[in-house]
Design a protein around this ligand. Sequence first.
Ligand SMILES: Nc1ncnc2c1ncn2[C@@H]1O[C@H](COP(=O)(O)OP(=O)(O)OP(=O)(O)O)[C@@H](O)[C@H]1O
Length: 236
Amino acid sequence: MITIQGLRKKFGSLQVLNDLTLQIPAGQATGIVGPNGSGKTTLIKHLLGLVKPDAGCIEVNGVHLNGSYEYRRHIGYMPQMAQYPENMKVRELIDFIIQMREEEPVFEEELIALFELEKEMQKPLRVLSGGTKQKAGALLALMFDPRILILDEPTAGLDPRSSYQFKQWIKREKDRGKTILLTTHIMSEIEELADHLILLVEGQVRYHGRQSDFIKSNEEQRLEGAVAKILQEVSV
Ligand SMILES: Nc1ncnc2c1ncn2[C@@H]1O[C@H](COP(=O)(O)OP(=O)(O)OP(=O)(O)O)[C@@H](O)[C@H]1O
């Protein structure tokens, strides 16, 4: 369970998160959607301790985030745009992270095979295509079998086959009881993967609840139509 209470964050004069109070249930998948710049990545970065809030508190599995980073061992984070040491080879990066964590990976071989990364392992990160970097990011996020998965636009840049296989993996992890939080602009992905929906607009929660209830209450068949309806309402 992730609990967020009264979270506020300003960058300069821009109020990016405006009094967010949310509970993200354990063992289920929650999708965060919202327009560009609505604060999705900023919210995720707070959960990882990468951004300091102006006000409010966050608890992850009962641990209050107050500067200790130990809880992050249990989180697999796939950033929207990962920055890796450019001259390191993929193999070297994986080995470096294994050494730092002093922990054996659980799914290294399976993920290398899933994403067909065998032939990329000896290449420096700077020469990889965007999608291949994304696959390396997925491998790093998932290989230690973390309890919580935080995925920021995880399939952006993946080819259809890799995207399909990645989603199958996420579904399996969900069935294994993992807590999953993901952002994406692909509404069908949220329909496929998420039980719960958080709709953020200008740093505020416009909806938080079951996604099926959200679609129904907006008298739509699909999530895309329901989200578009709300965003149309708030823009007028
Ligand atoms: N470090 C920063 N300094 C200043 N402004 C920032 C910083 N990080 C984010 N912002 C601003 O905060 C707002 C929210 O950004 P954020 O990346 O959280 O949005 P998002 O909902 O994830 O957007 P997208 O859908 O485009 O990925 C944007 O206006 C962005 O420019």
